[in-house]
Design a protein around this ligand. Structure first.
Ligand code: ZN
Length: 63
C-alpha cells in the first residue's frame, strides 16, 4: 500500500499516472514501481520545490 514518504500517511490523492499528493503534509511525490523517485513541496503560490535532497537516496526510497 502506497504511503507518503514524509508523514507515512495514506490519505493520498492521485494527480497523475505516477504522481500523488499527500493531504497530510501537502507534498507531491512521484513513484516508479515501488519507489519514490521525486518529492516536491507545493508552495503557497502553487509552484513546486524539490525535496529530493531530503528524501531520495541513490536508489530511490522503498515504500
Ligand atoms: Zn504526507
Amino acid at each position: 500500500m502506497l504511503s507518503c514518504p514524509n508523514c507515512k500517511g495514506k490519505d493520498l490523492g492521485k494527480i497523475g499516472t505516477r504522481q500523488f499528493y499527500c493531504w497530510g503534509c501537502f507534498i507531491e511525490f512521484a513513484v516508479d514501481e515501488e519507489k519514490v523517485v521525486d518529492v516536491y513541496q507545493v508552495e503557497e503560490d502553487g509552484s513546486l520545490s524539490s525535496l529530493n535532497d531530503l528524501f531520495i537516496e541513490d536508489s530511490g526510497v522503498q515504500i
